[in-house]
Design a protein around this ligand. Structure first.
Ligand code: FEO
Length: 395
């Protein structure tokens, strides 16, 4: 397997996981990559990050197309989550002379994950000279874990920020300009919505912290998906600024579960009402649309309209699953409204309302519930309710 040059003296030597379909509950229909980079100076070579454990042979094969892995001098652990650090022990076995470094929190994380394995700490004050290539480090707590760190090579003007600016997307392309900028930005948004949304304040600080260094950056080489170079860097940074600032548009996401079609027919009319009220709407049956896609749809939306029939006095389990997921993502600063049908005693709408509040939404004043199969009047009322939500969204 071959390595891929990404900047002067820097090669991509990662692994492509075409078959990944779940990343801790986030559906990944397009797989992912675990990116690692080889930085070669005139005297020493460093490997920036390793890969998920089963992919170590692929990493070593790609390194072997450039040099003997046994001659690597330094391994930088930017992040201890197992998709980057899981293969560390196997990689170290293939690189017996390599020193291993991580952020101070990363040192603790490596020891905890790898049964006491001791590695060295680096901070923003450190610089490691590889001979004509230098490595600088910026600890970036909570982008994505407390141990997260960015590594920078000034001579190649390349930033390796690990999870930041990544996407779960498997491809042979290594840069956004090869994949297509629009497709890459969409994947960037899906990743941000599902991984980084609750960490927006820390991501905003990270962007400003890098800009404050004055580092020149020609290449952003993240740990997942494609990298960014040229004018695409400004496009990716612009999206991060928009999302961390919480910018939204007049859009509502309508998501529902249904038993016999009653809540589905209400949902369709709620969408009609939103559209009539001048609000963009998207409609998702939770049994069909992956939760990760609903989270992405919410990224720039001002409202979530959630529907469920009542089953055993409560909401459908898939609706509850979506709410559990959203409680983790904390999509605050958005309106939410609950609706649904019921056969005799209700319960789902009240339950959804409580859970939406717990997830950080502001609740629309009125819920909407219909007994049994909606009549023509009920459907018209659902549309009017959607229109009232549109007014709240636009107001
Ligand atoms: Fe790609 Fe937070 O690990």
């Amino acid at each position: 397997m071959r390595a891929y040059p990404v900047a002067d003296g820097i090669w991509w030597v990662g692994a492509i996981d075409w078959n990944l379909r779940d990343f801790h509950g986030y559906e990944t229909p397009s797989g992912s990559t675990y990116n690692a980079y080889l930085v070669r100076g005139s005297e020493k070579t460093a490997l920036i990050d390793t890969v998920k454990e089963p992919f170590v042979p692929e990493l070593l094969s790609r390194i072997s197309s450039v040099m003997d892995p046994a001659e690597v001098d330094l391994i930088v652990v930017n992040h201890v989550e197992p998709d980057h650090n899981g293969g560390l022990r196997d990689v170290m076995a293939a690189m017996p002379r390599a020193r291993v470094v991580a952020s101070p929190s990363g040192v603790r994380g490596v020891a905890e994950y790898h049964d006491g394995l001791a590695v060295d700490a680096v901070t923003a004050d450190d610089a490691i000279d590889l001979g004509g290539k230098t490595l600088r480090f910026l600890p970036m707590p909570m982008v994505h874990w407390p141990d997260s760190m960015f590594t920078y090579c000034p001579e190649s003007k390349t930033l390796m920020p690990n999870d930041a600016f990544g996407q779960h997307y498997a491809s042979e392309e290594r840069f956004a300009d090869e994949l297509g900028l629009d497709a890459a930005l969409e994947q960037l948004g899906i990743y941000y919505a599902n991984i980084l949304l609750p960490l927006g304040a820390q991501v905003a600080k990270a962007v400003e912290k890098v800009l404050a260094t004055g580092w020149e950056i020609d290449v952003i080489a993240p740990s997942h998906g494609v990298g960014w170079r040229g004018s695409d860097i400004a496009a990716a940074v612009g999206r991060y600024r928009r999302w961390t600032a919480g910018e939204k548009r007049d859009k509502a996401v309508v998501a529902y579960g249904t038993m016999w079609g009653s809540t589905a027919s209400l949902a369709a009319r709620v969408v009609d009402g939103l559209a009539a009220g001048g609000v963009e709407a998207s409609l998702h049956d939770i049994a069909v649309t992956p939760i990760a896609h609903i989270a992405y749809e919410l990224l720039e939306a001002k409202a979530l309209v959630l529907g469920s029939p009542t089953l055993h006095h409560g909401m459908l389990y898939r609706v509850s699953g979506l709410l559990t997921y959203l409680e983790g993502l904390r999509p605050t600063g958005r309106l939410a409204a609950a609706f649904g049908s019921y056969g005799w005693g209700g319960g789902a709408v009240k339950q959804m309302r409580e859970r939406l509040e717990k997830a950080g939404f502001e609740l629309h004043a009125e819920d909407f519930a219909v007994k049994f199969r909606p009549t023509a009047e009920d459907l018209a009322a659902a549309e009017a309710w959607g229109r009232a939500i549109a007014e709240a969204v636009r107001g």
